[in-house]
Write a protein that binds this ligand. Structure first.
Ligand code: HEC
Length: 166
């Protein structure tokens, strides 16, 4: 599936990308963890065998650049409804739980298309996000939430709170 961000001409220059690629001394731990997990660094982020954005979190909670960026962006645009640390609120689901089962394409489609659901007299509204401030960083946001969902599943991942970008 050709995804929107790829064709949206996101003029993103990742300050961290060059460093992540070139192997600055600071992120050797992240690089080693990525290698151990069999991930490939491609198009400015780590990816799994299906070419999908994938977080890297070391045992001492150092994360790759994309995951760290996603943490920031999530807490800018999504946390007001979905709660700090992707843990959910009284009116919007915990995305850390959602991504235990939701695939990348569904996540992407939900954010781009939005969703409205009538439930017992109340209307749940997930707004559609089309603007560049979100779209250009949606892979980062996905990566961060995926890191949180791995943690919710007890598979390591990213614990609550900010982690350090190595
Ligand atoms: C104005 C509040 C609001 C904001 C802001 C918001 N959401 Fe949502 N979102 C919701 C609600 C409410 C639902 C549940 C809709 C439903 O019940 O169908 C939802 C559902 C979702 C789902 C589907 C979850 C599932 O388990 O089916 C995803 C994925 C999602 N939001 C991602 C995001 C992302 C990423 C952001 C930030 C870019 C964001 N949302 C910002 C309110 C919001």
């Amino acid at each position: 599936m050709k995804l929107a961000a790829a064709v949206m001409a996101c003029a993103v220059s990742f300050a961290g990308t060059a460093m992540a690629q070139q192997g600055s001394p600071e992120n050797v731990e992240v690089q080693a963890a990525a290698k151990e997990a069999g991930l490939e660094f491609k198009d400015s982020r780590y990816r799994n065998g299906d070419d999908q954005p994938t977080p890297v979190v070391t045992r001492i909670s150092k994360v790759d650049w994309a995951t760290w960026q996603g943490f920031r962006r999530y807490h800018d645009a999504c946390h007001v409804c979905h709660g700090p640390n992707a843990l959910g609120s009284t009116f919007a689901p915990s995305l850390a739980d959602s991504l235990k089962t939701m695939d990348y394409e569904t996540f992407y489609g939900t954010v781009v298309g939005g969703r409205v659901r009538e439930a017992g007299g109340t209307t749940a509204v997930m707004p559609a996000f089309g603007d560049k401030n979100i779209m250009c960083y949606l892979d980062d946001i996905y990566t961060y939430i995926k890191a949180r969902s791995l943690n919710a599943e007890g598979k390591g991942g990213m614990p609550p709170g900010p982690s350090e970008w190595s």
